[in-house]
Design a protein. Structure first.
Length: 184
């Protein structure tokens, strides 16, 4: 009887250097760019010797160009600055917050006003609003009441936000999205 061995997947190796550097550059000619370097097209040996003279690395910046574009820089410093730039871009990216408000098809005026105040507050804070009417049991026969309620909410919140998605029935929920108006 043969022994079955389990397949053990090997962990993926990360490419430590996303760019080709020095002797890893395969092109015969490269275009040199950068500070204190005479720009132009050079044979790879000449470009490598220039980088060696300066005590820096020859880094392939744009491998798909014809000929590939290389830069003479300190590679570790280049990676550090690139990571720093990515971190700043990530910090500047806005995070979208979605707040929900739930109604029933037969929501009273007082309850409606109370929830509308919360919706105003959410939109003023810059959060998106997801308003929905939940139909329990046989209350699904009041679809039109639910739609009227959501459209009324959209009309009341017109100065704080604009409707991103009109009321739409999905299963037992009728959903509508309102995005905040940007401040000028």
């Amino acid at each position: 009887m043969a022994i079955r061995r389990r397949f053990k997947p090997q962990p993926r190796r990360e490419n430590k250097n996303p760019h080709n550097i020095n002797n890893k550059i395969l092109a015969s000619e490269v275009r040199l760019v950068g500070d204190n370097v005479e720009m132009g097209v050079y044979p790879i040996r000449q470009a490598l010797s220039k980088a060696e003279e300066m005590g820096l690395d020859l880094v392939e910046i744009s491998p798909n160009a014809e000929p590939p574009v290389c830069k003479i820089i300190d590679y570790k410093k280049f990676l550090y600055e690139q990571k720093k730039r990515e971190k700043v871009m990530k910090a500047k990216a806005t995070k979208v917050i979605v707040k929900e408000i739930r109604f029933g098809p037969n929501t009273d005026d007082h309850d409606y006003d109370f929830k509308k105040k919360h919706a105003e507050k959410f939109l003023k804070e810059g959060a998106k609003l997801k308003a929905y009417v939940f139909f329990k049991g046989r209350s699904i026969v009041y679809k039109d009441k639910g739609e009227i309620l959501l459209l009324r909410l959209a009309q009341d919140l017109e100065e704080y936000g604009k409707v991103e998605q009109m009321p739409r029935l999905e299963g037992k929920r009728m959903t509508m999205f309102i995005a905040p108006k940007t401040k000028k």
